[in-house]
Design a protein around this ligand. Structure first.
Ligand SMILES: [Zn+2]
Length: 419
């Protein structure tokens, strides 16, 4: 039985979807003002693994990942580039899709853009104002009132009283420091802007995700996820809004957060100029090397990225693909019926995956299999080692590994090692 660590309860819980027929999953997507970096790659590879595993368990998944195509960083970058914000976001969406495809990520079922849903966002803000969760500040912004939502701080384990008294330069606009913007009022000449019942403006950041949850899932969803950097304030605010829309105390059954990524033990940031872009890494390394690198650490733990560490992934994959290469007949029917003598490998692999998607343990089972395969190769027990190789491929495929042609992949690894 699958157990998932839920950030909300801080414990592993038995996975029990709201509706057995479909698992609804929402993952906060990219703000498209620049190319995707390896932090994005890690987050979305982790959710790709989670969704593949849920699908293996025969769940139908409904995966929604938004695209933030309007925000301050987008407006600032477009101005700096002297281009229309829409040109910038279209270009970055094109590159995001190109890089994610190359990384081998499954496409979401829906990938809504904020600017295509302004009227839906306005509709949700109207509901929140109607329920007294939203108010209009002195400067014309529409603000969410945190005091109205009694469970504020519960998800990110914040002490609400401490938060309320922290200093904030915009305090004069808000009733409470932690209150946040639902609709940002701008003048008509500040573009882009949209007309609304509260004048020209644009949506605050958090309301888009609650609006998409409202549109695609309604009153609740199974898994809400994102990078751990989004836990506060973004997910706390999202949960407050979504709960308020439905007059509930809580929204989202399981909250999943992916560990952060460091670069040579430093935080990745524009100011440190140490951003590692995904397209740069994909130029030099096969996507499976990158996937293996991420999955060999548990999804909740932080990873320090260092290109040298990719070589460990290369050597490990070389071992796995070398045994795969012992099957020369690619047309042999895939055989899922494994010898009973060796089913304990499967059992251990699934125990690891059912334990909050423990991919490092699952990968260690693949290596235990390789050891056994090599014993039988040496003993020339062909029937047995072929069966075990199929088992190896079957298990690895579940988490998106060992999907490539063995000889071609080994050739590409050798090319990297010659550099
Ligand atoms: Zn979000």
């Amino acid at each position: 039985m699958l157990r998932i660590f839920n950030t909300l309860t801080k414990q592993k819980e038995l996975f029990n979807p709201i509706d057995i027929k479909i698992v609804n999953i929402y993952v906060c997507g990219i703000t498209v003002y620049d190319y995707c970096h390896i932090g994005h790659a890690r987050t979305f590879t982790a959710f790709d693994m989670i969704i593949r595993y849920l699908q293996y368990l025969k769940y139908n998944t409904n995966y929604v990942r938004n695209i933030t195509d309007i925000d301050d960083k987008i407006i600032y970058t477009a101005k700096k580039n002297k281009e229309d914000y829409y040109n910038l976001t279209n270009r970055m969406i094109f590159f995001m899709k190109r890089d994610f495809k190359k990384l081998g990520l499954l496409d979401p079922n829906f990938e809504p853009r904020v600017t295509d849903h302004i009227s839906d966002i306005i509709h949700c803000i109207n509901i929140l104002i109607g329920k007294k969760f939203g108010y209009i500040a002195n400067n014309g912004d529409v603000i969410f009132s945190v005091n109205h939502y009694q469970n504020y701080g519960e998800l990110s384990k914040q002490n609400i009283n401490k938060l309320k008294f922290s200093q904030d330069s915009n305090i004069f606009q808000k009733k409470c420091t932690q209150d946040f913007v639902l609709w940002k009022r701008v003048s008509k000449i500040d573009t882009p802007n949209w007309d609304s019942p509260w004048g020209f403006g644009r949506p605050g950041w958090h309301i888009e995700c609650s609006t998409f949850n409202h549109i695609f899932f309604g009153k609740n969803l199974d898994i809400h996820g994102g990078g751990s950097d989004l836990l506060f304030p973004h997910h706390e605010n999202e949960r407050a809004q979504s709960s308020a829309l439905y007059n509930k105390n809580t929204y989202g059954k399981y909250w999943i957060h992916i560990g952060s990524i460091l670069v040579n033990n430093n935080k990745m940031s524009k100011s440190l100029n140490n951003t590692v872009f995904l397209y740069d890494i994909l130029k030099n390394y096969n996507s499976e090397i990158i996937r293996y690198f991420f999955l060999s650490t548990h999804y909740r733990k932080p990873i320090s990225f260092d290109e040298k560490k990719l070589y460990k992934a290369i050597f490990d994959l070389k071992k796995l693909y070398t045994v795969l290469n012992f099957i020369k007949d690619r047309d042999t029917v895939f055989n899922k019926t494994f010898s009973l003598q060796y089913q304990h490998f499967c059992a251990k692999f699934f125990d690891a995956m059912n334990n909050d998607f423990n991919t490092p343990h699952a990968i260690s089972v693949l290596f235990a299999l390789v050891k056994q395969i090599n014993i039988h190769i040496r003993k020339k027990n062909k029937n047995l080692y072929i069966q075990l190789i199929y088992q190896l491929k079957f298990l690895a495929n579940i988490i998106g590994l060992l999907n490539q042609h063995p000889q071609l992949f080994l050739n590409s690894l050798n090319e990297i090692l010659k550099r």
